[in-house]
Ligand binder design. Structure first.
Ligand SMILES: Cc1cc2nc3c(=O)[nH]c(=O)nc-3n(C[C@H](O)[C@H](O)[C@H](O)COP(=O)(O)OP(=O)(O)OC[C@H]3O[C@@H](n4cnc5c(N)ncnc54)[C@H](O)[C@@H]3O)c2cc1C
Length: 469
């Protein structure tokens, strides 16, 4: 691969997007050379900011001619290093494709470009009483295109599903430069292979998404939010599956270990929660719908379930302000942890009944390899984010012992019929653990698909697949 961007290549890129939108200065390259994955920085040789699918197509054709890697870059909130330009080349920022094209109120759909911030999309459709439920905690800064590329989830996935459940159709620039639509704007589609869903979660390796058609729902009018303190963290995990077995599907069911909540309270302004020293974990539980009486009955049923465990007094959020404060606290956990220490975040997911076994196993593995972990996440989905904290661990142990511990955590996850990532993707940092979840045959099948789409391997090379395959 050509890593050097020669003056001739630069000129071609400038001819496509204009000189104003081609950047070779260190500041811009560094800015677009990192996401939220640990402290990694891999600057591209050049950052380009095209304004249309047509311009992206022309850039991709140049990249194929000179065999230059191209990395699609969204809001750079990724936690698996997908947007890092590990082989330099062209960092293709989607920043300028940032318009909501149409809200189709008749069909409850929205057609959008990829660089719309997720929360902006949510708020804009809400003005028309429509609901886009996928709610990653990073919604204030991630892009909807990045959400599609990672198949993002978030707190409301437990009732409403993840990004894939809302993507109906995509316009994509293929790694060979052609522009296609992947399907149809329909709620059902049994017509041939599902190219739309193949693109969802493909982490910028199979195509650059330039338009997205999303399904919307009518908005709900009411919700009830409660914070339940547990004396034992494993019991909080046990309560998760018990709530579903009692016949309730909450709209959010989030787990936070003690440190997660303590650090978030310190980090986020305006959150006032008193927690007894003996409390080990909390569940944040929401039910939503249109009929307050039904929601109260559901909340009572949840109370009956959790009271079967050792809990302290349940906090009900009475006002919108209280609800917002609790959600700000939950959404702020990741940043709070990051502000405390260098850390590695794993995105384990298991069938939800296995959560207590997973949590116990993670702590035992931490003891074995000498690291502390702070766990939190979308417990209703069985999705536990494991933050391994460097704190005062030596650099040597961080480099040698922690990867062994992570491998054991993933082995445990897979043994429990789970997998490596529920929503953050594999990207750069988890690729060498893929052998735990997949056989060589399975990985080779995926690689063959990549080869069909991207014969010159120019689009986001070095991601998803282990180095040795
Ligand atoms: C504080 C915090 C909280 C988070 N909470 C959640 C959460 O609750 N749920 C969740 O799922 N994730 C969460 N994340 C992870 C992250 O926000 C998501 O993975 C998000 O979807 C990434 O979007 P982005 O626009 O930032 O993409 P980037 O980080 O810029 O890119 C991510 C990947 O998508 C590819 N890509 C981006 N745009 C395109 C495009 N147009 N076409 C093709 N490929 C593209 C990139 O090449 C890369 O591989 C969180 C992250 C942070 C920092």
């Amino acid at each position: 691969m050509t890593m050097q961007i020669t003056p001739e290549i630069l000129q071609k890129l400038q001819n496509i997007v204009g000189t104003t939108f081609v950047f070779t200065d260190d500041e811009t390259r560094n800015q677009y050379g990192h996401d939220e994955t640990e402290d990694y920085v891999f600057p591209p040789s050049v950052v380009v900011k095209p304004a249309s699918a047509q311009e992206i197509s022309e850039i991709i054709k140049v990249a194929n001619e000179y065999k230059i890697p191209v990395v699609p870059i969204g809001g750079r909130t990724g936690l698996s290093g997908g947007a890092l330009s590990i082989h330099q080349g062209i960092g293709l920022s989607t920043d300028r494709l940032n318009k909501i094209i149409e809200i189709d109120e008749k069909n409850l759909q929205v057609i959008t470009e990829p660089a719309v911030i997720t929360q902006v999309l949510q708020d804009t459709v809400l003005e028309k009483s429509l609901f886009y439920p996928v709610d990653p905690s990073s919604r204030g800064s991630c892009f909807i295109g990045g959400n599609v590329a990672e198949n993002a989830g978030g707190a409301r996935a437990v009732k409403y599903g993840v990004t894939k459940d809302y993507v109906l159709n995509l316009e994509v620039v293929l790694p060979t430069g052609e522009i296609i639509w992947t399907g149809a704007n329909t709620l059902k589609n049994s017509t041939g292979y599902n190219l739309t869903q193949l693109m969802v979660g493909s982490e910028g390796t199979l195509g650059i998404i330039t338009k997205i058609v999303l399904k919307l729902l009518p908005k709900n009018s009411h919700n009830v939010l409660m914070l339940v303190p547990f004396y034992k963290a494993e019991q909080a995990c046990e309560a998760v599956s018990a709530i579903f077995r009692a016949g309730i599907v909450p709209s959010a069911l989030e787990f936070m270990e003690r440190d997660a909540i303590d650090w978030a309270i310190k980090f986020i302004e305006g959150v006032n929660v008193d927690i007894k020293p003996e409390i080990q974990a909390h569940l944040l539980i929401e039910v939503d719908g249109n009929y307050p009486e039904i929601l109260m009955l559901e909340a009572e049923k949840i109370m009956t379930v959790v009271e079967g465990f050792q809990i302290d007094e349940i906090l009900f959020a009475d006002t919108e302000d209280q609800k917002n404060a609790l959600w700000r606290m939950r959404r702020g956990v990741a940043e709070a942890v990051k502000s405390n220490s260098v850390y590695k975040e794993e995105d384990t997911v298991v069938p939800r009944y296995e959560l207590p076994t997973l949590l116990k196993g993670i702590k035992e593995i931490g003891d074995k390899y000498g690291f502390k972990s702070v766990c939190y996440g979308h417990a209703g989905d069985g999705n536990l984010h494991v933050n391994i904290i460097k704190a005062d661990m030596t650099d040597d142990n961080w480099k040698t012992e922690v990867p062994k511990g992570i491998r054991e955590i993933f082995e445990l996850t897979v043994a429990l019929k789970g997998t490596l990532s529920g929503e953050h993707g594999i990207g750069y940092v988890q690729k060498n653990f893929m052998d735990i979840a997949f056989s060589t045959l399975q990985l080779q099948l995926m690689k063959n698909i990549k080869q069909v789409f991207d014969p010159n391997n120019i689009l986001n090379p070095g991601k998803i697949f282990p180095d040795n395959i």
